[in-house]
Ligand binder design. Structure first.
Ligand code: PHE
Length: 449
């Protein structure tokens, strides 16, 4: 079985796959908003610290496990800790990304719908309740969810090299070019300065414990930590790459993308006199109107920008959704010994069904609530506040306390051959054993509070 496994061609393509998983809706709608709320540039500095010193080590744990075992999440844990309960962590991390995928695909579907609308007719002032009427209806959101998940499935069906690697290799540079172009357009709009100020003014007065919690939570979601996607992609990495460089490079790319996305969105929001709304609403409710407003002065340019903007969201969401899809497919192919085609079909059907229910929870099923939440919000809340953090906690405990220290060192330093990694291993290992579990536990307690 191991001999048949595909591998990413190089560290660069492995990094673009991991960056693809990381760069997604989290960067485009969540980061700009959280930054504005948490002290602008001060938050960006704290976020940088959290990513480099707290999130990258967690990413390294998943990478060490995945690359060493070279298997799906379940088999990796079973291989490294045979006959123990750790395999349940392997199973949990097959399920978590599939739950995320189900509702993520609904939002991915919205962005496809908006992309199509910006391309075909553009947005107009009569569309005031566009988002509310669209997502509470039945068929269009379901169709969009189906299209988004279908494209994801087709890419994954083509395999690790011809599907996932190829798609990311082209998409990542395109995404960076697109978001940069939009940012340049946005900051040069009349009245954009206030939005720029919103992002860059370091407001240290609004920094407190919550700021750190928000920064860490954002870092977790944005880097796709604790859910097995990093582990699965790492299992396709070749043994000669430097996992520190790959992880730090991924984190940096994700961070840069998020900051540029902030400059693409906030100045435009302010330039059109809108309020920096919250969450998905910012993209789907506020932005179309920005394009309407700007369209009055420069119709062609604003139309092009709206097409490019929604295209960016669609592609960024796809590079993330394929990473979640692949976790389930790797598991089914390797553990249930079924063909990739069958595995893709099964994951498609399962996530389509859950996603369809999530989609309907904005319309006909909006009254169906558990703990006061609709199915969509419940899936979001349970995964991002609970399962991701829980998974990350278990991965660091597994790496720091269960795995043999020498195995971790050898994987991290390529058997002692990377000098820099050798030098920092001691402190990294200390951090994984003692600092990370405490930090993650604190976020966890805050999140469920
Ligand atoms: N990191 C992705 C984003 O920012 C979301 C994601 C979470 C992807 C978990 C894979 C796994 O949108």
């Amino acid at each position: 079985m191991a001999a048949k496994r595909e591998h990413f061609a190089s560290s660069i393509t492995a990094m673009s796959a991991l960056a693809g998983s990381a760069i997604g809706l989290g960067n485009i709608w969540r980061f700009p908003y959280i930054t504005g709320q948490n002290g602008g540039a001060a938050f960006i500095l704290i976020y940088l610290f959290c990513v480099l010193f707290l999130a990258v080590p967690i990413m390294l744990c998943e990478t060490v496990i995945g690359r060493n075992a070279g298997a799906n999440t379940f088999r990796s844990l079973e291989k490294l800790a045979p006959g123990t309960a750790w395999k349940w962590l392997g199973l949990l991390t097959v399920l978590t990304p599939l739950i995320i995928l189900s509702y993520y695909s609904v939002v991915g579907g919205w962005s496809i719908h908006y992309f199509a609308k910006s391309l075909i007719s553009g947005f107009s002032a009569e569309n005031a309740d566009l988002f509310a009427s669209f997502n509470s209806s039945i068929w269009m959101p379901l169709l969009s969810h189906t299209v988004f998940l279908g494209i994801t499935a087709l890419i994954v069906l083509r395999g690790v090299k011809k599907g996932i690697e190829l798609f990311n290799k082209f998409s990542i540079p395109v995404l960076f070019a697109l978001i940069l172009a939009i940012a340049v357009y946005s900051v040069t709009l009349p009245g954009a300065e206030e939005g720029v100020r919103y992002l860059v003014k370091p407001d240290f007065k609004s920094v407190n414990a919550d700021t750190f919690i928000s920064a860490l939570g954002q870092a977790f979601f944005s880097l796709s930590l604790g859910v097995g996607t990093v582990l699965t992609y790492s299992s396709y990495m070749k043994k000669d790459g430097d996992i520190l460089k790959v992880s730090a490079g991924t984190a940096l790319a994700d961070m840069i993308f998020a900051v540029v996305a902030g400059f693409a969105i906030m100045p435009a929001v302010f330039a059109s006199g809108m309020e920096p709304g919250i969450g998905p609403g910012l993209i789907f409710e506020t932005l179309p109107f920005i394009f309407v407003k700007l369209g009055i002065a420069a119709p062609v340019l604003s139309r092009i920008m709206s097409v490019l903007f929604f295209l960016t969201i669609v592609v960024a969401a796809l590079t993330s959704s394929i990473s979640m899809f692949e976790v389930g497919v790797a598991y089914l192919v390797e553990e249930r010994k079924i063909s990739r085609r069958k595995a893709v079909l099964r994951i498609f059907i399962g996530t389509w069904l859950l996603g369809a229910l999530c989609s309907l929870s904005f319309g006909p099923l909006s009254g169906m609530k558990l703990f006061g939440l609709t199915l969509f919000s419940l899936c979001d809340m349970v995964t991002s506040n609970f399962l991701m953090t829980f998974g990350a906690l278990l991965f660091v405990i597994f790496t720091g306390w269960k795995l043999d220290r020498e195995l971790v060192r050898n994987e991290f330093t390529n058997n002692g051959s990377i000098r820099f990694n050798n030098r920092i291993f001691g402190s990294l290992y200390f951090q994984i054993r003692y600092v990370e579990p405490i930090v993650i536990l604190v976020i966890f307690l805050f999140a469920i509070n």
